[in-house]
Design a protein around this ligand. Sequence first.
Ligand SMILES: *[C@@H]1O[C@H](CO)[C@@H](O)[C@H](O)[C@H]1NC(C)=O
Ligand SMILES: *[C@@H]1O[C@H](CO)[C@@H](O)[C@H](O)[C@H]1NC(C)=O
Length: 337
Amino acid sequence: MKPRKRHVLLLWMLVCSGMTEAIEPISTSIAVGMAAALTGFLASYQNILYYFHECCRPEWISFNRTALNADLDSKLFGQHIASRIILKAVSGFMSNDNPKKPLVLSLHGWTGTGKNFVSQLIADSIYKEGMDSSFVHVFTSELHFPHSSQLDTYKTQLQQWIKGNVTNCAHSMFIFDEMDKMHPGLIDSIKPYLDYYDKLDGVSYRKAIFIFLSNAGAESIIQTALDFWKTGQQREEIELKDLETALSLAVFNNKKSGLWHTSLIDKNLVDFFVPFLPLEYKHVVQCAMAEMKARGVEPDQNVADQVARDLVYFPKAERVFAVKGCKTIESKLDYYT
Ligand SMILES: *[C@@H]1O[C@H](CO)[C@@H](O)[C@H](O)[C@H]1NC(C)=O
Ligand SMILES: *[C@@H]1O[C@H](CO)[C@@H](O)[C@H](O)[C@H]1NC(C)=O
Protein backbone atom coordinates (compact mmCIF):
# COMPACT_ATOMS: atom_id res chain seq x y z
CA MET A 1 0.00 0.00 0.00
CA LYS A 2 1.28 3.47 -0.89
CA PRO A 3 2.11 5.69 2.12
CA ARG A 4 -0.30 8.34 0.88
CA LYS A 5 -3.14 5.90 0.84
CA ARG A 6 -2.30 4.83 4.36
CA HIS A 7 -2.56 8.43 5.52
CA VAL A 8 -6.01 8.66 4.05
CA LEU A 9 -6.99 5.45 5.76
CA LEU A 10 -5.62 6.64 9.06
CA LEU A 11 -7.61 9.83 8.80
CA TRP A 12 -10.60 7.62 8.16
CA MET A 13 -9.88 5.75 11.31
CA LEU A 14 -9.71 8.99 13.26
CA VAL A 15 -13.10 9.92 11.85
CA CYS A 16 -14.49 6.53 12.77
CA SER A 17 -13.21 6.50 16.30
CA GLY A 18 -14.53 9.95 17.00
CA MET A 19 -11.12 11.58 17.30
CA THR A 20 -11.86 14.22 14.70
CA GLU A 21 -13.46 16.41 17.33
CA ALA A 22 -10.18 16.42 19.23
CA ILE A 23 -8.13 17.03 16.14
CA GLU A 24 -10.24 19.70 14.52
CA PRO A 25 -8.42 22.67 16.08
CA ILE A 26 -5.11 21.30 14.85
CA SER A 27 -4.25 21.98 11.25
CA THR A 28 -4.70 19.27 8.68
CA SER A 29 -0.98 19.16 8.02
CA ILE A 30 -0.31 18.27 11.62
CA ALA A 31 -2.97 15.61 11.44
CA VAL A 32 -1.27 14.19 8.38
CA GLY A 33 2.03 14.35 10.24
CA MET A 34 0.56 12.35 13.05
CA ALA A 35 -0.79 9.99 10.50
CA ALA A 36 2.69 9.47 9.12
CA ALA A 37 4.04 8.74 12.58
CA LEU A 38 1.42 6.15 13.18
CA THR A 39 1.73 4.53 9.80
CA GLY A 40 3.97 1.74 11.05
CA PHE A 41 1.58 0.97 13.84
CA LEU A 42 -1.27 0.84 11.37
CA ALA A 43 0.51 -1.35 8.89
CA SER A 44 0.65 -4.12 11.43
CA TYR A 45 -3.10 -3.99 11.86
CA GLN A 46 -4.07 -4.35 8.26
CA ASN A 47 -6.88 -6.71 9.11
CA ILE A 48 -8.92 -3.97 10.70
CA LEU A 49 -8.44 -1.62 7.77
CA TYR A 50 -11.79 -2.52 6.26
CA TYR A 51 -13.51 -0.58 8.98
CA PHE A 52 -12.29 2.61 7.46
CA HIS A 53 -14.57 2.60 4.48
CA GLU A 54 -17.81 2.91 6.36
CA CYS A 55 -17.99 3.56 10.05
CA CYS A 56 -20.44 3.13 12.83
CA ARG A 57 -20.91 6.86 13.20
CA PRO A 58 -23.77 9.29 12.65
CA GLU A 59 -22.14 10.38 9.38
CA TRP A 60 -22.98 6.92 8.05
CA ILE A 61 -25.89 5.88 10.19
CA SER A 62 -28.68 8.32 10.87
CA PHE A 63 -32.37 7.80 10.41
CA ASN A 64 -34.20 10.04 7.94
CA ARG A 65 -37.91 9.86 8.66
CA THR A 66 -38.83 12.15 5.76
CA ALA A 67 -37.05 9.86 3.34
CA LEU A 68 -38.71 6.72 4.69
CA ASN A 69 -42.13 8.36 4.63
CA ALA A 70 -41.62 9.56 1.05
CA ASP A 71 -40.33 6.16 -0.10
CA LEU A 72 -43.22 4.28 1.50
CA ASP A 73 -45.65 6.71 -0.12
CA SER A 74 -44.22 6.70 -3.60
CA LYS A 75 -42.57 3.30 -4.04
CA LEU A 76 -44.62 0.80 -2.06
CA PHE A 77 -48.03 0.03 -3.51
CA GLY A 78 -51.20 -1.37 -2.02
CA GLN A 79 -49.83 -1.71 1.52
CA HIS A 80 -51.53 0.96 3.60
CA ILE A 81 -51.33 -1.06 6.82
CA ALA A 82 -47.71 -2.13 6.44
CA SER A 83 -46.65 1.41 5.49
CA ARG A 84 -48.20 2.89 8.56
CA ILE A 85 -46.81 0.30 10.99
CA ILE A 86 -43.31 0.41 9.52
CA LEU A 87 -43.07 4.19 9.67
CA LYS A 88 -44.34 4.32 13.23
CA ALA A 89 -42.20 1.42 14.44
CA VAL A 90 -38.92 2.52 12.88
CA SER A 91 -39.38 6.22 13.72
CA GLY A 92 -40.26 5.45 17.31
CA PHE A 93 -37.33 3.13 17.73
CA MET A 94 -34.74 5.32 16.04
CA SER A 95 -35.75 8.44 17.95
CA ASN A 96 -35.37 6.65 21.26
CA ASP A 97 -31.84 7.08 22.60
CA ASN A 98 -32.30 4.36 25.14
CA PRO A 99 -34.50 1.56 23.78
CA LYS A 100 -35.28 -1.22 26.24
CA LYS A 101 -34.91 -3.94 23.64
CA PRO A 102 -33.95 -4.28 19.99
CA LEU A 103 -36.63 -3.58 17.39
CA VAL A 104 -38.09 -6.84 16.13
CA LEU A 105 -40.38 -6.72 13.10
CA SER A 106 -42.10 -9.74 11.62
CA LEU A 107 -43.24 -9.18 8.04
CA HIS A 108 -45.93 -11.53 6.70
CA GLY A 109 -47.41 -11.89 3.29
CA TRP A 110 -47.63 -13.51 -0.09
CA THR A 111 -44.75 -13.53 -2.60
CA GLY A 112 -44.02 -10.26 -4.33
CA THR A 113 -46.03 -8.08 -1.97
CA GLY A 114 -43.04 -6.02 -0.89
CA LYS A 115 -41.53 -7.58 2.22
CA ASN A 116 -37.97 -7.58 0.91
CA PHE A 117 -38.53 -4.22 -0.68
CA VAL A 118 -39.66 -2.65 2.59
CA SER A 119 -36.58 -4.03 4.36
CA GLN A 120 -34.54 -2.28 1.71
CA LEU A 121 -36.41 1.01 2.22
CA ILE A 122 -35.78 0.77 5.96
CA ALA A 123 -32.08 0.15 5.37
CA ASP A 124 -31.95 3.08 2.91
CA SER A 125 -33.49 5.40 5.47
CA ILE A 126 -30.96 4.50 8.18
CA TYR A 127 -27.69 3.64 6.48
CA LYS A 128 -26.01 5.87 3.95
CA GLU A 129 -24.96 2.73 2.09
CA GLY A 130 -28.41 1.15 2.32
CA MET A 131 -28.41 -2.59 1.76
CA ASP A 132 -24.73 -2.39 0.82
CA SER A 133 -23.88 -1.21 4.30
CA SER A 134 -21.52 -3.45 6.20
CA PHE A 135 -23.91 -3.09 9.14
CA VAL A 136 -26.83 -4.71 7.34
CA HIS A 137 -26.87 -8.51 7.32
CA VAL A 138 -29.21 -10.71 5.35
CA PHE A 139 -29.61 -14.39 6.20
CA THR A 140 -31.40 -16.84 3.97
CA SER A 141 -32.05 -20.31 5.23
CA GLU A 142 -31.17 -21.99 1.95
CA LEU A 143 -28.00 -20.01 1.50
CA HIS A 144 -26.58 -19.76 5.01
CA PHE A 145 -28.07 -22.74 6.81
CA PRO A 146 -28.87 -25.38 4.16
CA HIS A 147 -28.11 -28.64 6.02
CA SER A 148 -30.18 -29.43 9.09
CA SER A 149 -27.53 -31.96 10.13
CA GLN A 150 -25.19 -29.06 10.81
CA LEU A 151 -27.61 -27.26 13.06
CA ASP A 152 -25.21 -27.02 15.99
CA THR A 153 -22.51 -25.45 13.86
CA TYR A 154 -25.00 -22.98 12.41
CA LYS A 155 -26.24 -22.02 15.85
CA THR A 156 -22.79 -21.23 17.12
CA GLN A 157 -21.91 -19.42 13.92
CA LEU A 158 -25.05 -17.30 13.90
CA GLN A 159 -24.63 -16.34 17.54
CA GLN A 160 -21.03 -15.36 16.90
CA TRP A 161 -22.00 -13.32 13.86
CA ILE A 162 -24.68 -11.43 15.69
CA LYS A 163 -22.49 -10.86 18.71
CA GLY A 164 -19.48 -9.86 16.61
CA ASN A 165 -21.42 -7.47 14.45
CA VAL A 166 -23.31 -5.82 17.28
CA THR A 167 -20.05 -5.44 19.18
CA ASN A 168 -18.66 -3.59 16.16
CA CYS A 169 -21.76 -1.49 15.74
CA ALA A 170 -24.75 -1.29 18.04
CA HIS A 171 -26.92 -0.06 15.16
CA SER A 172 -26.68 -3.29 13.20
CA MET A 173 -29.58 -4.66 11.21
CA PHE A 174 -30.30 -8.36 10.67
CA ILE A 175 -32.78 -9.52 8.07
CA PHE A 176 -33.91 -13.16 8.11
CA ASP A 177 -35.49 -14.06 4.80
CA GLU A 178 -37.77 -17.10 4.40
CA MET A 179 -38.15 -17.44 8.11
CA ASP A 180 -40.59 -20.34 7.63
CA LYS A 181 -37.75 -22.43 6.22
CA MET A 182 -35.44 -21.67 9.11
CA HIS A 183 -34.92 -24.49 11.60
CA PRO A 184 -36.77 -23.68 14.86
CA GLY A 185 -33.65 -24.54 16.81
CA LEU A 186 -31.79 -21.82 14.98
CA ILE A 187 -34.43 -19.28 15.87
CA ASP A 188 -34.23 -20.40 19.48
CA SER A 189 -30.54 -19.68 19.48
CA ILE A 190 -31.08 -16.01 18.68
CA LYS A 191 -33.93 -15.45 21.12
CA PRO A 192 -31.75 -14.04 23.89
CA TYR A 193 -30.63 -11.23 21.58
CA LEU A 194 -34.21 -10.12 20.99
CA ASP A 195 -35.05 -9.84 24.65
CA TYR A 196 -35.07 -7.10 27.28
CA TYR A 197 -31.55 -7.70 28.56
CA ASP A 198 -29.39 -4.76 29.50
CA LYS A 199 -26.33 -6.67 28.37
CA LEU A 200 -25.36 -10.20 27.43
CA ASP A 201 -21.70 -11.03 28.00
CA GLY A 202 -20.97 -7.34 28.07
CA VAL A 203 -22.72 -6.59 24.79
CA SER A 204 -25.93 -4.61 24.51
CA TYR A 205 -28.25 -5.57 21.67
CA ARG A 206 -30.84 -2.92 22.38
CA LYS A 207 -30.05 -0.72 19.39
CA ALA A 208 -30.08 -3.51 16.83
CA ILE A 209 -32.92 -4.16 14.41
CA PHE A 210 -34.16 -7.65 13.52
CA ILE A 211 -36.51 -8.17 10.59
CA PHE A 212 -38.14 -11.55 9.93
CA LEU A 213 -39.72 -12.21 6.55
CA SER A 214 -42.14 -15.06 5.95
CA ASN A 215 -45.22 -16.30 4.13
CA ALA A 216 -46.71 -17.48 7.40
CA GLY A 217 -50.29 -16.30 7.68
CA ALA A 218 -50.43 -15.25 4.04
CA GLU A 219 -53.51 -17.40 3.38
CA SER A 220 -55.50 -15.71 6.10
CA ILE A 221 -54.42 -12.25 4.94
CA ILE A 222 -55.53 -13.17 1.42
CA GLN A 223 -58.86 -14.48 2.70
CA THR A 224 -59.55 -11.24 4.54
CA ALA A 225 -58.62 -9.15 1.49
CA LEU A 226 -60.84 -11.34 -0.67
CA ASP A 227 -63.77 -11.02 1.75
CA PHE A 228 -63.50 -7.24 1.59
CA TRP A 229 -63.32 -7.37 -2.18
CA LYS A 230 -66.36 -9.64 -2.44
CA THR A 231 -68.51 -7.43 -0.23
CA GLY A 232 -67.50 -4.40 -2.25
CA GLN A 233 -65.59 -2.75 0.58
CA GLN A 234 -62.55 -0.65 -0.13
CA ARG A 235 -59.26 -2.39 0.43
CA GLU A 236 -58.07 0.68 2.29
CA GLU A 237 -60.79 0.04 4.86
CA ILE A 238 -59.02 -3.11 5.99
CA GLU A 239 -57.52 -2.46 9.39
CA LEU A 240 -54.85 -4.25 11.32
CA LYS A 241 -57.42 -5.65 13.74
CA ASP A 242 -59.23 -7.32 10.81
CA LEU A 243 -56.10 -9.31 10.13
CA GLU A 244 -54.59 -9.79 13.55
CA THR A 245 -56.83 -12.55 14.87
CA ALA A 246 -56.78 -14.47 11.62
CA LEU A 247 -53.06 -13.98 11.33
CA SER A 248 -52.19 -15.19 14.79
CA LEU A 249 -54.53 -18.17 14.51
CA ALA A 250 -53.05 -19.18 11.19
CA VAL A 251 -49.53 -18.69 12.44
CA PHE A 252 -50.11 -20.64 15.63
CA ASN A 253 -51.85 -23.50 13.89
CA ASN A 254 -49.39 -23.88 11.08
CA LYS A 255 -47.17 -26.81 12.01
CA LYS A 256 -44.30 -25.64 9.91
CA SER A 257 -44.10 -22.07 11.03
CA GLY A 258 -45.86 -22.44 14.34
CA LEU A 259 -42.83 -23.32 16.39
CA TRP A 260 -40.76 -20.25 15.91
CA HIS A 261 -43.67 -17.91 16.07
CA THR A 262 -45.07 -19.47 19.17
CA SER A 263 -41.85 -19.13 21.07
CA LEU A 264 -41.28 -15.58 19.88
CA ILE A 265 -44.87 -14.52 20.52
CA ASP A 266 -45.04 -16.17 23.93
CA LYS A 267 -42.21 -14.05 25.16
CA ASN A 268 -43.44 -10.93 23.37
CA LEU A 269 -40.17 -10.66 21.53
CA VAL A 270 -41.75 -9.51 18.29
CA ASP A 271 -42.68 -5.84 18.58
CA PHE A 272 -44.74 -5.57 15.42
CA PHE A 273 -46.47 -8.04 13.14
CA VAL A 274 -46.71 -6.43 9.73
CA PRO A 275 -49.22 -7.89 7.27
CA PHE A 276 -48.73 -7.44 3.52
CA LEU A 277 -51.88 -7.62 1.42
CA PRO A 278 -51.98 -9.49 -1.90
CA LEU A 279 -51.59 -7.14 -4.88
CA GLU A 280 -54.28 -6.36 -7.44
CA TYR A 281 -54.03 -5.45 -11.09
CA LYS A 282 -53.83 -1.71 -10.41
CA HIS A 283 -50.90 -2.18 -8.01
CA VAL A 284 -48.99 -4.20 -10.57
CA VAL A 285 -49.52 -1.34 -13.02
CA GLN A 286 -48.16 1.07 -10.41
CA CYS A 287 -45.12 -1.16 -9.85
CA ALA A 288 -44.44 -1.24 -13.59
CA MET A 289 -44.78 2.55 -13.89
CA ALA A 290 -42.44 3.07 -10.92
CA GLU A 291 -39.91 0.62 -12.35
CA MET A 292 -39.84 2.47 -15.68
CA LYS A 293 -39.32 5.73 -13.83
CA ALA A 294 -36.51 4.18 -11.81
CA ARG A 295 -34.88 3.09 -15.07
CA GLY A 296 -34.98 6.64 -16.30
CA VAL A 297 -37.47 6.02 -19.09
CA GLU A 298 -40.76 7.82 -19.52
CA PRO A 299 -43.42 5.71 -17.74
CA ASP A 300 -45.74 4.31 -20.40
CA GLN A 301 -49.27 3.41 -19.29
CA ASN A 302 -49.76 1.06 -22.24
CA VAL A 303 -46.65 -0.92 -21.44
CA ALA A 304 -47.60 -1.06 -17.76
CA ASP A 305 -51.07 -2.35 -18.66
CA GLN A 306 -49.58 -4.92 -20.98
CA VAL A 307 -47.24 -6.17 -18.26
CA ALA A 308 -50.06 -6.36 -15.73
CA ARG A 309 -52.41 -8.14 -18.16
CA ASP A 310 -49.76 -10.74 -18.79
CA LEU A 311 -49.64 -11.91 -15.18
CA VAL A 312 -51.59 -14.77 -13.63
CA TYR A 313 -54.26 -13.88 -11.09
CA PHE A 314 -56.06 -15.86 -8.40
CA PRO A 315 -58.43 -17.21 -7.10
CA LYS A 316 -59.33 -18.96 -10.33
CA ALA A 317 -62.91 -17.68 -10.42
CA GLU A 318 -62.41 -14.06 -9.40
CA ARG A 319 -58.87 -13.40 -10.60
CA VAL A 320 -58.28 -10.55 -8.17
CA PHE A 321 -54.74 -10.94 -6.95
CA ALA A 322 -51.49 -11.33 -8.86
CA VAL A 323 -49.94 -14.72 -8.10
CA LYS A 324 -46.42 -13.33 -8.05
CA GLY A 325 -47.31 -9.80 -7.02
CA CYS A 326 -44.78 -7.33 -8.38
CA LYS A 327 -41.99 -9.87 -8.29
CA THR A 328 -41.55 -10.55 -12.01
CA ILE A 329 -42.18 -6.99 -13.18
CA GLU A 330 -38.53 -6.26 -13.87
CA SER A 331 -37.99 -9.16 -16.25
CA LYS A 332 -41.39 -8.60 -17.88
CA LEU A 333 -40.43 -4.99 -18.57
CA ASP A 334 -37.20 -6.11 -20.21
CA TYR A 335 -39.36 -8.12 -22.56
CA TYR A 336 -41.79 -5.34 -23.48
CA THR A 337 -39.45 -2.38 -23.75
C1 LIG B 1 -33.83 13.26 4.33
O1 LIG B 1 -34.46 12.83 3.15
C2 LIG B 1 -35.01 13.89 2.39
C3 LIG B 1 -35.83 13.27 1.27
O2 LIG B 1 -35.12 12.25 0.62
C4 LIG B 1 -33.89 14.78 1.90
O3 LIG B 1 -34.41 15.83 1.12
C5 LIG B 1 -33.15 15.34 3.11
O4 LIG B 1 -32.03 16.08 2.69
C6 LIG B 1 -32.68 14.20 4.01
N1 LIG B 1 -32.16 14.78 5.24
C7 LIG B 1 -30.95 14.50 5.69
C8 LIG B 1 -30.58 15.12 6.97
O5 LIG B 1 -30.18 13.78 5.08
C1 LIG C 1 -20.96 -10.26 10.70
O1 LIG C 1 -21.89 -11.02 9.97
C2 LIG C 1 -21.39 -11.58 8.78
C3 LIG C 1 -22.52 -12.29 8.09
O2 LIG C 1 -23.43 -11.36 7.60
C4 LIG C 1 -20.24 -12.52 9.08
O3 LIG C 1 -19.72 -13.03 7.88
C5 LIG C 1 -19.18 -11.77 9.83
O4 LIG C 1 -18.16 -12.66 10.21
C6 LIG C 1 -19.77 -11.12 11.08
N1 LIG C 1 -18.76 -10.29 11.71
C7 LIG C 1 -18.32 -10.53 12.93
C8 LIG C 1 -17.29 -9.59 13.43
O5 LIG C 1 -18.72 -11.46 13.59
